[in-house]
Each structure stands twice: as structure tokens, then as C-alpha cells.
Design a protein around this ligand. Structure first.
Ligand SMILES: [Zn+2]
Length: 205
């Protein structure tokens, strides 16, 4: 989070305070503070995972009010900047170990050059307070099953396989609605778990 971005947020909060009823403003402020703390937390975690995986490029980290808690995604915005986003509230449902596995998977997409398509990204902190509550429409790049396996393999290569397996189990427990929203575009969670296990066994052999 840059000073310029923080400035923008503070300005917007000031404007919101001028027209929102005090109770609504209090909620907005609380949500903002939570999001900021969560953002700081994940920025630090992403830095650690990036270092371990040797990713030197700048990757922006953003909370995504439109994604479920526990959901992470990666993509490029109109300016070709890489953005890793996470569902608001993820910090509460994922411990750092599991979150690291999912971040490693997302960075696996990046290393493999998957997030090529231009995406319309919803950046909650850049939007108006109204947008923050409404969420926004965002185009997701079409996911291809093979890309998911490839990103998993990259994460496993850097030792994040077991953490990723835990996140997949977590997703299954939550009706498969976690990091992998649908099996129409993603492999079955259990298939990904099995492949990651095979990968670990091959490495151990
Ligand atoms: Zn993926």
C-alpha cells in the first residue's frame, strides 16, 4: 500500500463521513480498518512466499470484497500490473501455513505466465464507499484445468504442496466454494490433492 493510495482512502473516508449516518460510517470505518490490517498481513506473507519462489517482480496485493473469504486470485489489470487479490476475511479462516500454500499456487500461475489476459479489476480502495458495499463486477480470466495442475506443481516444487493440500481439504469441507470456485473450470479438488500426493511421493522416491 503506497502513501498515495492511503491518501486516497483517507479522502474518501472523509467524504463518506460528511453524508453517511454515523452508524453507517462507523461500520464503514470498522470494515476499512479490518481490511487494512488484513492487507498488511497478506502483503508481508506474499513477500515471504515470493522470496522463497524467487519471484522478483512487483505484485500488488489487494483485498477483494467480491471474493469469498479464503479465495485468492491473480491477474493483470489494464495497466498490465500483476495483482494478487484475496477475499475479505480470509485471514480469519485460513492460518498462515494454509494461506501460504494458496499464495504459492497463485504465484505458480504467475511463474507459468497464465494471467495474460487483460482483466477489469475491482479495486475496493479505489472505489467509492458505495462500491465497497455493493461489490463490483469483475471479469475473471477463463481458467483451464491444466493450468491449475501446473500452478499446483510449481507450488509443490517450492515445498508448498502439503499446505496446498490442506487448503483443498478446507475447500471441500466448505462445499468446494473456497479457493476453487467451480469444477466447470477447475479440476475436481480431490484430483488436485491426489496429484499433489503423487508429486510428493515421486520426490521422496
Ligand atoms: Zn489456480
Amino acid at each position: 500500500m503506497t502513501a498515495e493510495q492511503l491518501n486516497k482512502i483517507e479522502k474518501k473516508l472523509k467524504i463518506a463521513k460528511s453524508f453517511l449516518p454515523p452508524e453507517a460510517y462507523a461500520i464503514l470505518l470498522r470494515e476499512h480498518q479490518k481490511a487494512l490490517a488484513e492487507l498488511e498481513h497478506f502483503e508481508a506473507l506474499v513477500k515471504v512466499v515470493k522470496q522463497r519462489m524467487g519471484v522478483l517482480d512487483r505484485i500488488q496485493v489487494r483485498p477483494d470484497f467480491d471474493a469469498p473469504p479464503g479465495g485468492f486470485s491473480i491477474g493483470l489489470n489494464e495497466r498490465n500490473e500483476c495483482i494478487l487479490s484475496f477475499g475479505f476475511g480470509t485471514k480469519e479462516v485460513f492460518n498462515d501455513y494454509v494461506a501460504s500454500g494458496v499464495i504459492a499456487h497463485e504465484l505458480g500461475h504467475y511463474i507459468e505466465g497464465h494471467p495474460q489476459e487483460k482483466m477489469a479489476w475491482f479495486l475496493p480502495f479505489m472505489g467509492s464507499p458505495r462500491e465497497i458495499f455493493d461489490g463490483a463486477k469483475k471479469q475473471r480470466y477463463p481458467q483451464i484445468r491444466q493450468q491449475e495442475y501446473d500452478a499446483d506443481a510449481v507450488a509443490a516444487q517450492f515445498g508448498y504442496g502439503p499446505a496446498l493440500i490442506q487448503s483443498l481439504y478446507w475447500s471441500m469441507d466448505n462445499g468446494g466454494d473456497g479457493p476453487n470456485p467451480g469444477e466447470t473450470t477447475h479440476p475436481k479438488l480431490i484430483d488436485r490433492i491426489n496429484r499433489l500426493r503423487e508429486y510428493d511421493e515421486r520426490k521422496a522416491a
